[in-house]
Design a binder for this molecule. Sequence first.
Ligand SMILES: CC(C)(COP(=O)(O)OP(=O)(O)OC[C@H]1O[C@@H](n2cnc3c(N)ncnc32)[C@H](O[C@H]2O[C@H](COP(=O)(O)OP(=O)(O)OP(=O)(O)O)[C@@H](O)[C@H]2O)[C@@H]1O)[C@@H](O)C(=O)NCCC(=O)NCCS
Ligand SMILES: Nc1ncnc2[nH]cnc12
Length: 298
Amino acid sequence: MNPFNELHPRIVAGSRANVLAGLAVNALVDEAMLTPKPGLVDLRGSGAHRDLSWLLMCQSAHALRPAFAAMAGAGATMDDLPALRRRIGAIGRMAEATMMTATGGVNTHRGAIWALGLLVTAAAQGAGSAAIIAARAGALARLADPEAPASTGNKGEAARRTYCVGGARGQAEAGFPHVVDVALPMLLACRARGDGESAARLNSLLAIVAELDDTCLLARGGTAALAAAQAGAQAVLDAGGVSGATGPAAFQALEADMLARGTSPGGAADLLAAALLLDSLGNQPIDAMEAPHGATAV
Ligand SMILES: CC(C)(COP(=O)(O)OP(=O)(O)OC[C@H]1O[C@@H](n2cnc3c(N)ncnc32)[C@H](O[C@H]2O[C@H](COP(=O)(O)OP(=O)(O)OP(=O)(O)O)[C@@H](O)[C@H]2O)[C@@H]1O)[C@@H](O)C(=O)NCCC(=O)NCCS
Ligand SMILES: Nc1ncnc2[nH]cnc12
């Protein structure tokens, strides 16, 4: 028990929220910096995107820090879960507006606001393993938000309906299985076998791509693009990953195919950032900062 919690619950809640928000921003920047990535923005360029750049991704990530802090603050201080769900829904919609202002109207991180927003909220609710935090986030995602519009009109929503897939919403409602059961185990296994950190992260991204119903791929290239991306990513993993003897050639084939189709796994990139966030929580003393009992607002 942290003795300061009793003395200054609002300060502890605020510190915890700010730490979590910083970790979320770091995860988004680390994802953007990871190079190479197939079809996605990285330090080499814009991949298959015409309206995105590395600088824009980083500006967007930093602009989202107050929103992540507000969501974490709500998670740390609100016990009424339906009310918490409504609150983070409202903050999430404001965060999307903030992103659009920061980027001049470009969708850099809509899926990431959703995924990392739910995860920082759940992490702020109390200590726990990655699986426990993801399960808590899933429980929040499954709660109704009466103030949410019936339809977002976004490309992902149309793709979910056209192709009958769960997309970003289904991933969250299921408790982020591709983060907990796919990305994090791959990250840890690659580190354990001695891969460098970039290779471990790229293999982790590819493991997500190989299995995810990514509505970015579906919206841009239909089921053929999704199947090609999944098979291409699996081929790199079957070659021993990007550091394997034939891994680089398999990666180049995957990237060339995505660029030719104009497709990109934006949803998988968001989930890699979610995995990096949960991974970084394991390296922080944040669990020692127990959720403040009786805290009110931050
Ligand atoms: C639930 C919401 C996410 C709304 O989702 P909706 O159904 O309206 O659809 P989209 O907003 O289009 O899709 C969601 C984004 O999630 C990412 N994604 C896709 N598939 C998956 C998946 N299987 N699992 C997880 N995440 C997934 C993806 O985001 C990334 O890609 C975007 C860039 O791609 P691009 O092709 O460039 O997209 P566009 O700009 O739209 O097209 P172009 O014009 O360029 O061609 C980028 O955003 C990445 O982040 C999908 O885009 C959620 O927004 C919601 O309901 N929010 C309400 C607030 C709320 O309740 N919040 C709660 C707490 S935060
Ligand atoms: N690096 C990236 N490139 C393109 N879209 C993305 N969405 C999230 N991260 C992305």
